[in-house]
Design a binder for this molecule. Structure first.
Ligand SMILES: C[S@@+](CC[C@H](N)C(=O)[O-])C[C@H]1O[C@@H](n2cnc3c(N)ncnc32)[C@H](O)[C@@H]1O
Length: 315
């Protein structure tokens, strides 16, 4: 059994208000649901970033400052199925750039699928997967001084609180060297009419993705959550630019989790906070990096100006 999962679930459900960490969405079922989410008409984020990677590939490569004959490491945090990155990898591979690709993800299932895909689509590419929490693999980056381009796409940074995101980028900078680059893909602040449906699709796939957390607790920790007595509830505060996902208890009830040895009580209407998805603008990005070794080199927008890839340079 995963002791860290057990301890984090225990801590989160004992908190007031109750929380569960979003990184546990991603087991085999969660990975597949996330791929479905990326293809939903309401979920504009992946399509927008894919637009950048397909139509502004040269701009991206120019911003990286890499040359075909000088080696670099391409490291991706939370690579998932690599939808956007594959476009870049294809171009770099076609043009004979000299690099290794290091996708890092908490989900071994995602990494296995990605590795298999890439071995078919780009057989000459050198791929070295690394499974783990990206917070824990940061220190291993420092081991060599080879030039590095780090990709952190899909607005995954937005799943961290602002404090945690600033600490994470600070720590990333401390483990890189001058001249290294970070490509940070973020969703931009927009109206509720555009943002909220991305977390509340008509087919109910996002609801299944969110509720999968309870299923995982049932399967892996001997929980007895009745999924019919809970529901998915997204919220978006346009002023602060933060979308939040909750799981709401629809009844007063008790849930037993055997691995933890506790019965957790839920009031009717009580929420478990499962995810934040922060949206950004230039000011928020500046704030995020103010105490780090990074500065903004350039910003690349998709054709709707819904999404931005900020190229940050390690000073
Ligand atoms: C929102 S998805 C984005 C996937 C992909 N980068 C994209 O843009 O489509 C987040 C990815 O990060 C991974 N992930 C989430 N939390 C993580 C963590 N703490 N450490 C490593 N990977 C994590 C998930 O497994 C998932 O593949």
């Amino acid at each position: 059994m995963n002791e860290i999962f057990k301890n984090e679930v225990d801590k989160g459900l004992e908190s007031n208000p109750k929380t569960l960490p979003s990184k546990y969405f991603y087991d085999k079922k969660g990975d597949a649901l996330f791929v479905e989410i990326m293809n939903l008409p309401e979920y504009y984020l992946t399509r927008c970033e894919l637009d950048i990677f397909q139509n502004k590939t040269q701009e991206l490569i120019a911003a990286f400052g890499v040359k075909p004959d000088s080696y670099f490491e391409l490291i991706e945090l939370g690579a998932g199925d690599g939808t956007e990155t594959k476009e870049l990898l294809q171009t770099l591979d076609n043009k004979n750039y000299s690099f290794d690709y290091f996708p890092i993800d908490i989900s071994s299932n995602s990494l296995n699928l990605l590795e298999k895909d890439l071995s078919k689509e780009l057989p000459n590419l050198s791929v070295q997967t690394k499974q783990g929490d990206y917070f824990e693999v940061l220190a291993s980056l420092k081991k060599n001084k080879k030039p590095k381009i780090v990709l952190f796409l899909g607005s995954t940074i937005g799943n961290m609180t602002d404090d945690l995101a600033a600490k994470f980028i600070h720590s990333l900078g401390a483990n890189l060297h001058a001249g290294d680059k970070l490509l940070l893909g973020v969703d931009l602040i927009k109206t509720k009419e555009i943002v909220l449906p991305a977390y509340n699709d008509k087919q109910g796939i996002t609801a299944k993705f969110n509720m999968n957390l309870l299923d995982r607790i049932n399967q892996e920790l001997g929980g007895n959550f009745d999924l019919n007595q809970f529901k998915h509830q997204p919220e978006y505060n346009e002023n602060e630019g933060i979308a939040k996902s909750f799981i709401v208890s629809t009844a007063h009830q008790h849930v037993e989790i055997k691995a933890i040895g506790k019965k957790i009580s839920f009031k009717e209407g009580e929420k478990i906070h499962t995810e934040i998805s922060r949206k950004y603008n230039d000011e928020l990005i500046e704030k995020l990096i103010v105490n780090t070794d990074f500065s903004i080199q350039t910003k690349i927008l998709d054709s709707n100006a819904y999404f931005a890839d900020y190229l940050l340079k390690r000073n």
